[in-house]
Design a binder for this molecule. Sequence first.
Ligand SMILES: [Zn+2]
Length: 92
Amino acid sequence: MKENIDRMRARHKKEIENLQSKCKHKKVSDWIPNMWAPGHIDGEVKICENCNKIIERKNESSIITKKDLLTPLSEFEEKHNITETRNDMEVK
Ligand SMILES: [Zn+2]
């Protein structure tokens, strides 16, 4: 029987859980935006570079709402005080 997408997802989920439970999380990333869906950032997280498990999480006031997405960028930055990260976000 051919593996359908649901079975494949379920299998991957199990494999990832397996990997994460065995991993010692020795290499952890810096704070990165926790994007749980495109355009939806919920605070910041540090993840293991080996297994992608979330090691630390902070939410602060950096939760981006739908209203924020409609706000001009400069206003948004001012409100969330993130001007210093702007250079990283610029696409050239
Ligand atoms: Zn890990």
